[in-house]
Every structure is written in structure tokens, then in C-alpha cells.
Design a protein around this ligand. Structure first.
Ligand code: GAL
Ligand code: MG
Length: 998
């Protein structure tokens, strides 16, 4: 058929911005670091008209719904006019659609159209007006009064458009923002997290003088040298005569006025009239008596940079908080202010269980304060630049930041690293991050992105970066993946992920080694953190790492009512969850729970805190490992030595008390120590004859700090004054009853009948697999051996003196037979001594546990134990707990990891009591050696069968595990398995315990 359309002299180029990888933005203003808190502004956050279309080409309906900005439409509730409900979708590596780069799906591509009015003051006439959209994913198309004003990509950085020409000051203006979810750029944003859609950061209009500050670049180093480069733009291309730039710096001694160089060093000249770039001025000064910025001493100086008109009036102004600090690499050491520091870091995403990716400044502050309180001093902004407020908070609170560009091409990594169509996008994303964030003292390292292989596009970005900001190192894991020691690469740091202790200590290293990810915090995890730090602190070239990751990405999901199955959303009532536990009718959703496919299940729940920011037990572990001071006994054990382990600060911000036993306490005086120094202090002699030999120094904040109130626990190092080597049961005075006295009652199967037990003590080799056990493939072996369903056969019941000897065997699936002997002996106090032996065949090479399980009567709800506590501990994660007497509600012992699994353990337990309300009797248990014990309301089988907590019904009884041996938790869901020293092998295991009614 003949094309009858008239030929056009200028045929339109039909660009779909969502299907054009070469296009990173259109009419978007260059990124800059000018901060104008006082500029006239029209905030545009709040209610917008809204339609969610199935594709960017779908015509709008005549009617509008409404929704809030910022917000993710994936968690918001709105009138779904086009029937496109688009819920959160979780994948790790796999792209959420099958299409290949660079094209997004041609069919369904959820597109949000947002529209609202903006009242712009009449006195904005003659000014330059900028539309600022904090973040939108993944393509933003902006219109003002029907005029297209620009296009932006890169979902984690702001887009700004000059809208002066389209805007009518003094009138109502219509702003429309079209957000297309899938685009060529989605292939660069394939991070391991939920997929959302929407406008995720704040939107506003602001006005400046037409001649304005275009950028401010600050370099400030210890010693006081300050160098500020100021760029001016606007107007006709030549700066009018008499205009100038100045700075005002607030110091404790007063305000310093800092003039810029007289002439604008690089300025347009009238004859050229090249562009709206008018010139660059420089403020250079040496500020006397400057106190440097470090994460331990985050000292900031307020700097205001001004652009003056010829009459001296202020045309534009930018505000900064300057930290004087330096970063350099010298050999295999990364130095901050000349000092080799440790990076006690964490990877942090922008995440909230109600709002998805929308996180306000108070939420960010809460994140960072919690991290500081647990000894973290560094954050990697995995895997994209954060809201700028996060960096201001890191400046203020004191955290080193690895700022990461929004580039992760995981599913298509190899292709895209060298794909020239994406060259612009790679460099654009790195450059825009650097141009926005370079004035933050907290940012000490740039990262080129994550899991995107390594190619020419990275080198291009690194080249741009190194020239633009020579003051900071660059890291990129992909660039060291295959060869850690390669001299020429885009990474100045050896920044592997999940390398084992063996690998990182196999130096020497040519560059500093700082793990960009390690100690995967999925479920009950973070085993061997203390082993990592022993290695780091004793091996040259190792400087720490960033735990993966801060928070479990569990989205609160409604289970009942009209919106059952949907995200509870931003308006969910505050009582929907507390302390990590969801209220009835809700649960923490993970991959697949919204019907999302393909998905990666609970792999998004891998944080150190639960979705509501309740710390998991690994946080206490980290706090102790990061303790600012060390406590040891002197070799003669008569005194203690205290060492300041910090890099810059003294101990003046800390106060301390000695504690011994359950009540002995005395004030401690911390010596005045410079970093690295140590001193000997006397022991609190008044406390020493106290029975218990565990002496603890409880160290707290001495005064209110920006991140912790006075009295917040900082660390609690402990020393053991004297070891008592007598058998614990002997010490507990377990005296056997006279021969024939007291009777042990057994049922036909040879199992103990006891008035206080509802399930008799039996051998168990099973634990509800942790995420590490599952994802590491370890639980598959256990299942194949049938450890979850061992079948017991009674062999014999005999009497030896007062004891009953019960022999049984447990059959495995193809791994042989486990022999078990239980010798039950009555005690003089009415209790019972149980001596157990298990003989495991060699084929059972690696077991979750070997131990006893029983259940008590209902009504026992308080556990008091002598062992590690108060938090949950396992053999390879117990450095954060002190040995001593602890007490807790049974319900509170259990950690509600998102996917139910082994939980609630306490390590090194010597004895415990379980008691209830006065009327109910209780039990006391003593163990022969410090053992792993757990008391919960859940059988291992209940936990194994459940996928979410709402499926679990807590039992009224207590399920008690006493383990002869328990496998460490390790980190095998992503990274090394439990270290061999913390594994449980075959052979003969013996353990003894006493049970005594109270
Ligand atoms: C890393 C990746 C992270 C996350 C983690 C596993 O490979 O960089 O984004 O996927 O593993 O949770
Ligand atoms: Mg990935």
C-alpha cells in the first residue's frame, strides 16, 4: 500500500527516551554541588493527580486518581483506573523481564503520570526557575504547562531542568512528570533488591538570579588549607564588570571573610561570547588552628559562598559544612589524615518496610545512629548514590562513606561493560555522583558501581573521575575480581566480596585490602566476624570491610481484608509491628509473596537489623569487636591493662564501671590515653572475693552525643580472673542418691516419664536449617541423611545400681546407624542425672548438632541462665556476649528471623532455671561443661516447615535443647561456610546434665 503521508522537509526523529541507551538526559542541567537552603522555593511534595498506565504509549483516561509524592506506586494505594496494579518484585541477578539490552519490554511497561498545579509567586518574574526532581525510576519526562522541559535517567540522582521559559510567574502552572518504569537504563540498575516504580525523592521548584553559582568545589585538608573553586553561569556569556565571589567561614574564633581571586581565572571574553559559562573564581585560604574531620572527631565548619553583584548585594549563595581531612594511599595503606584507619563498615540500601525506597532524613538519621552505637564507622552506599541528606548526616555524625555510582548490570554484565551504546551512561552516572557529592568530608572513596564485570566503560569513567577529583581513591570490585594485585586497573583498593580469611591473609598485598562485602547477614548468620577481625588486625595491608548488609528488606504485607496480599503501604498503622514482630494480619513479605516471578525468595532479608530496624544479635557482636578500648589482665593477673584502640580520639567520651557476678559493681576510672597507648589500672579489689570470676568493664557514653544519649553501652569487655577446673556438675553438688533410692520411670519405649516434662529427653541431630544452611547447600546433605526424621529403635533397657541404662539406635538414610546410650540416675535432692553418649558413623561428616531435646510443662516463662548473654549466641558468634547470670522471658529469647529457622541459642551455658508464676513448679538444669542451649516455644520441625512467622503457633510448653555440640552459623548463604573449627563431626560425643524440680 502506498504511503500517502505528505513528505516533510524535516522529518521528526521518533525517539522513545526509554529505548535509547545513548540518551542519558535531555535538557537536564549539569549536576552541581551548590546548596541553596534559603533560595525561594515552591515545594511540590504531597498530593498529585496520578494515573498508572500499562505502557508509556497508553492514552490518559479522562479521570485522575491521586497519590503522594514522593512515593513508590508499588506500595501505594490508589484508584487503579487502568487495571495495572504493579506490586513490588524481588530479584537478585535475574532481570524482571526477558527482553535483552538495550530494549525494555515493548508490551507492559508501567508508566506513572503525575500532574499537579504549582502556584509560582509573581516576583519570580525575571528569575531563573529550576524544577528539581529528587529521584524517579527509571526515566523521567517533565512538562510544564504542556511544554516538554526535559528528560532524565539514573533513578538515584536528581534531575534538574531550567523551566523559566515554560513557567508563568504569578499564575497557576501545571507540572506533569511522566515516569516510565522499564527502559534501556533498567539494565544498569539490576541491583539485588525489590523493583519499584515512582518518584522516590522530593520535588520542588526554586528560583535564582539569572547569573548564578553553577558549581562549588571544595578541597579542605588538615593544616587548614582551603581551596574553593566557584563557577558562575547565566546571562549573555560575559560576567558584568564588578561582580565578585566571596566566602564566609565560621570558626570558633569568629567569622573569617575570604575573598576570591580578583580576576575570574577562567572567564569568557567578550570577543568570544562562547556560552553561558561566565567564569571560575577561586577562594584560597589557610585557616589557622583548624581541627581536622575524622569519623571519630567529625568537626565541621560552616562555609557560605556568595556571588555578589557590582554593588555588593548578594545574587546567589551556597552553604556547606566543610571538614578538613585528607585521604591518600601509601603502599598498601589507606590513610585518613595520615593515619591508617580500619573500615568497620556496612552496606546500606535506601529501604523502608512501608514506603519501599522512600526514606526521609529522620529515618536515615536513625539508621546511622544505630550503626554508630554498634561500632560501625563506615557505610558503602550500596549500590547507588543515596539521598544527599545521608551524606550530610555522615558528615555530622562521623562515618566514612564509599559513595557508589548507580551502575549494576549484573544479568548482562559482560556485554554492557564494553558496549559503546552505554559508554555515555556509565560516565554520566559516575560523573553526576561526583559532581553532587564531592564536598562531603565523609565521602572518602568513590565506587564505580557493583557487579558489572569490567570493561572500557569503567576505565572511561575512572579516567574522568581521577582527573576531576584527584583527592580520593577509586574502587571497583569488578576491576580486581580476576587479579587482586594488578597494578593498572580502575580500582585503587583491593575490594573483594566474601573472600575467606584464608584468601585475604595470603598477602602481601600491593594495595590496601578492604572487603566491599563480607559476613552476609542473612537470617541467623555472621559467624566468624571475630575471626575476620583477628585476621584483619594482625595482617599488614588489611583494613577492614563492609558487612552485607544493614537491613532486612522485608515489606510489610497485609494478610486480611480487602487489600489482603498487598503491601501494607505508607499509611499502615504504627501498631502493625514492633520489635521485629508483625501484628496479627500482617507479615514481612519477601520475594514471591506478592506473586512476583521470577524471584529470589528471602535472599533480600540479609540485614543486620530486621525490617523495622530491630537489631539482630549480630549487631551486639559487631559492637564488641569494634570496642574503642581493649581490656586484658597483666601477666601476673593482679592488674588490668587498658588500650585505646581508636585512631584519633581519646577515651574522654567514655565512662566505665566494673561488674562482677549479678550484683557486684564499682566505678572504674579510665586512663587518659592517646590512640594506640595503653596503661595499667588496678583491679576493683572490693569486688574480687565475689564467687564469680568473670570481671566485666561496662563502658558507656559519658555524655549525650549526637548519635547516642549519655549512658549508651559502647562495649563490655570481660576478663576471667581465675579458672575453676572442677567438673561443673561436681561444683553444682550433684550427689547421687543412695543405691535403690528414688526411681526413674520409663515408658515402654525406654523414654523418661517425668511430671515436669511433656516430651521426654531424646537425641536430636537436627536444627531448623538457617538461611546459611539452606543457601549453602548444607541442609540438603542433612536431609539426604534423614537427620530431620531419624527413626529410633530401642535396643535395651537395663539397671546398673540405681541407674537405668537405655540403649537405642537411630537409623539414617544410607549413612549408617547412630548408637545412643542414656544413663539415668536419681540424685539425692530429688533430681536426675543424665549421662549421654552418642556414637556417630563416619559418613555423618558434618552435622547441625548433637544433643538432647525435651519439652517442659506449660506455664514456665522465665529463663535464668549462667552463660553467655544476654543476646542470642552461637559457637562462632559469641564475642558480643558476656559470661554471667542472665534472665529473660522465654518468648524474648527467640529472634524472629524473617524465614523461620534455628534461633534463640545461648552459648557456653553451665546451668539454668525455668520458672513460672508462683504456683507452677519450675526446673533447674546443670550441665557438665559450658554448652549450647536453647529454650523456645517452637520445635525444630515447626520452624523447618514454616516459611513465615504467621504460620507458626507458639507452643505453651518450652522446647529445650541441650547440645553436646552445635555447628557454628557461618555465612554460607553468600560467602565462606562455617570455619572447620566450628563444625560438628562424627565419632563419640558425651554429655551429662541434671534435671531438678524446683
Ligand atoms: C553481592 C551483591 C549484593 C548482594 C549480595 C548478596 O554479590 O553485590 O548486591 O546481592 O551479594 O546478598
Ligand atoms: Mg547483584
Amino acid at each position: 500500500m502506498q504511503d500517502r503521508r505528505p513528505a516533510s522537509a524535516e522529518p521528526a526523529v521518533p525517539i522513545d527516551p526509554w529505548d535509547a541507551p545513548e540518551l542519558t538526559g535531555w535538557r537536564r542541567l549539569p549536576m552541581h554541588a551548590v546548596v541553596r537552603p534559603d533560595a525561594p522555593r515552591v515545594p511540590l511534595d504531597g498530593r498529585w493527580r496520578f494515573q498508572l498506565l500499562p505502557t508509556p504509549r497508553t492514552p490518559l483516561a479522562g479521570r485522575w486518581a491521586e497519590t503522594d509524592v514522593p512515593g513508590c506506586w508499588t506500595v501505594q494505594d490508589f484508584d487503579d483506573l487502568h487495571g495495572v496494579r504493579d506490586l513490588p518484585h524481588y530479584t537478585n541477578v535475574t532481570m524482571p523481564f526477558p527482553d535483552l539490552p538495550p530494549s525494555p519490554p515493548a508490551g507492559r511497561n508501567p508508566t506513572g503520570v503525575y500532574e499537579r498545579e504549582a502556584d509560582v509567586p509573581a516576583d519570580w518574574a525575571g528569575r531563573r526557575v529550576v524544577l528539581h526532581v529528587g529521584a524517579a525510576e527509571s526515566v523521567l519526562i517533565a512538562h510544564v504547562n504542556g511544554t516538554a522541559v526535559g528528560v532524565g535517567k539514573d533513578s538515584r540522582l536528581a534531575s534538574e531542568f531550567d523551566v523559566t521559559h515554560a513557567l508563568r510567574p504569578g499564575e497557576r502552572n501545571t507540572v506533569r512528570l511522566t515516569v516510565v518504569k522499564w527502559s534501556d537504563a533498567t539494565f544498569l540498575e539490576d541491583q539485588d533488591q525489590w523493583w519499584h516504580g515512582g518518584i522516590t525523592r522530593s520535588v520542588h521548584l526554586y528560583a535564582t538570579d539569572p547569573l548564578h553559582l553553577a558549581d562549588v568545589g571544595i578541597t579542605a585538608v588538615p593544616g587548614g588549607t582551603l581551596d574553593v573553586a566557584v563557577r558562575v553561569r547565566g546571562g549573555e556569556g560575559v560576567l558584568p564588570a564588578g561582580w565578585s565571589v566571596s566566602g564566609l567561614l565560621c570558626t570558633p574564633d569568629g567569622i573569617l571573610r575570604l575573598p576570591a581571586d580578583e580576576a575570574f581565572a577562567r572567564a569568557n571574553v567578550a570577543s568570544e561570547r562562547v556560552s553561558d559559562f561566565l567564569g571560575e573564581a577561586r577562594i584560597r585560604a589557610v585557616v589557622p588552628g583548624v581541627r581536622p574531620w575524622t569519623a571519630e572527631t567529625p568537626r565541621l565548619y560552616d562555609l557560605t559562598v556568595r556571588l555578589h553583584r557590582a554593588d555588593g548585594s548578594v545574587a546567589d549563595e551556597s552553604r556547606h559544612r566543610v571538614g578538613f581531612r585528607s585521604v591518600e594511599i601509601s603502599g598498601a595503606d589507606l590513610l585518613v589524615n595520615g593515619v591508617r584507619v580500619y573500615f568497620r563498615g556496612v552496606n546500606r540500601h535506601d529501604f523502608h518496610p512501608l514506603t519501599g525506597r522512600v526514606v526521609d532524613a529522620e529515618e536515615m538519621r536513625a539508621d546511622l545512629c544505630l550503626l554508630k552505637r554498634h561500632g560501625f564507622n563506615a557505610v558503602r552506599t550500596a549500590h547507588y548514590p543515596p539521598d544527599p541528606a545521608l551524606l550530610s548526616l555522615a558528615d555530622e555524625l562521623g562515618l566514612y562513606v564509599v559513595d557508589e555510582a548507580d551502575i549494576e548490570t549484573h544479568d548482562h554484565a559482560h556485554e554492557l561493560a564494553d558496549d559503546p551504546r552505554y559508554l555515555g551512561a556509565f560516565t554520566d552516572r559516575v560523573a553526576r555522583m561526583v559532581l553532587r557529592d564531592r564536598n562531603h568530608p565523609s565521602v572518602v572513596v568513590w565506587s564505580l558501581g557493583n557487579e558489572s564485570d569490567y570493561g572500557a566503560n569503567h576505565d572511561a569513567a575512572a579516567g574522568w573521575l581521577r582527573r576531576t577529583d584527584p583527592t580520593r581513591p577509586v574502587q571497583y570490585e569488578g576491576a580486581i575480581k580476576d587479579a587482586w594485585e594488578q597494578a593498572q586497573s580502575a580500582s585503587d583498593i583491593i575490594c573483594p566480596m566474601y573472600a575467606s580469611i584464608e584468601e585475604i591473609t595470603a598477602g602481601p598485598h600491593s594495595k590496601p585490602l578492604i572487603l566491599c562485602e563480607y559476613s552476609h547477614a542473612m537470617g541467623n548468620s555472621n559467624g566468624s566476624l571475630a575471626d575476620y577481625w583477628r585476621a584483619i588486625e594482625s595482617t599488614p595491608g588489611l583494613q577492614g570491610g563492609f558487612v552485607w548488609e544493614f537491613r532486612d528488606h522485608g515489606i510489610l504485607q497485609r494478610l486480611t481484608g480487602e487489600r489482603a496480599g498487598r503491601p501494607a503501604g505508607p499509611d499502615a498503622a504504627a501498631d502493625a509491628y514492633a520489635d521485629g514482630v508483625t501484628a496479627p494480619g500482617y507479615r514481612w513479605a519477601y520475594g514471591g509473596d506478592f506473586g512476583d516471578t521470577p524471584h529470589d525468595g528471602a535472599f533480600c532479608a540479609d540485614g543486620l537489623v530486621l525490617p523495622d530496624r530491630t537489631p539482630k544479635p549480630a549487631m551486639a557482636e559487631h559492637r564488641e569487636i569494634a570496642a574503642p578500648l581493649r581490656l586484658e589482665l597483666t601477666p601476673d593477673r593482679r592488674e588490668a591493662r587498658i588500650t585505646n584502640r581508636q585512631h584519633f580520639a581519646g577515651l574522654g567520651w567514655l565512662s566505665a564501671r566494673w561488674h562482677i557476678g549479678d550484683s557486684g559493681t564499682a566505678p572504674a576510672r579510665l586512663p587518659d590515653l592517646a590512640p594506640g597507648e595503653s596503661a595499667v589500672v588496678p583491679l576493683p579489689t572490693s569486688l574480687l572475693p565475689h564467687g564469680d570470676s568473670h570481671l566485666t568493664l561496662r563502658v558507656t557514653t559519658a555524655e549525650d552525643l549526637p548519635w547516642a544519649p549519655r549512658g549508651t553501652l559502647v562495649c563490655a569487655p570481660q576478663v576471667v580472673l581465675a579458672e575453676d577446673h572442677r567438673d561443673l556438675l561436681t561444683r553444682a553438688g550433684a550427689v547421687l542418691a543412695a543405691d535403690g533410692a528414688g526411681a526413674v520411670e520409663l515408658d515402654d519405649a525406654g523414654l523418661l516419664r517425668h511430671p515436669l516434662l511433656t516430651a521426654p529427653p531424646v537425641l536430636t541431630l537436627w536444627r531448623a536449617p538457617t538461611d546459611n544452611d539452606e543457601w549453602g547447600g548444607i541442609a540438603d546433605r542433612w536431609r539426604a541423611w534423614g537427620l530431620h526424621a531419624l527413626e529410633r529403635t530401642l535396643v535395651s533397657v537395663g539397671r546398673e545400681g540405681a541407674s537405668m541404662v537405655v540403649r537405642s539406635v537411630y537409623a539414617t538414610d544410607g549413612a549408617g546407624t547412630v548408637g545412643h546410650e542414656q544413663v539415668l540416675t536419681p540424685l539425692a535432692n530429688g533430681g536426675l542425672l543424665v549421662d549421654e553418649t552418642a556414637v556417630l558413623p563416619d559418613a555423618l561428616t558434618d552435622l547441625p548438632r548433637v544433643g538432647t531435646v525435651f519439652e517442659t510443662v506449660a506455664g514456665l516463662d522465665t529463663l535464668e541462665w549462667f552463660g553467655r548473654g544476654p543476646g542470642e549466641t552461637y559457637p562462632d558468634r559469641c564475642a558480643g556476649a558476656t559470661a554471667g547470670l542472665h534472665r529473660a522471658d522465654v518468648d524474648a529469647l527467640f529472634t524472629p528471623y524473617l524465614r523461620p529457622q534455628e534461633s534463640g541459642g545461648r552459648h557456653d551455658v553451665r546451668r539454668f532455671t525455668l520458672t513460672g508464676a508462683a504456683a507452677a513448679p519450675g526446673i533447674a538444669v546443670h550441665l557438665d561443661l559450658p554448652r549450647q542451649v536453647s529454650v523456645t516455644r517452637h520445635r525444630a520441625a515447626d520452624l523447618t516447615a514454616a516459611a513465615h512467622h504467621d504460620e507458626l503457633v507458639p507452643r505453651a510448653t518450652c522446647v529445650v535443647h541441650l547440645d553436646a555440640a552445635h555447628r557454628g552459623v557461618g555465612t554460607a548463604s553468600c560467602g565462606p561456610d562455617t570455619l572447620p573449627a566450628y563444625r560438628v563431626g562424627p565419632g563419640t560425643h558425651r554429655w551429662s546434665w541434671t534435671l531438678q524440680p524446683l
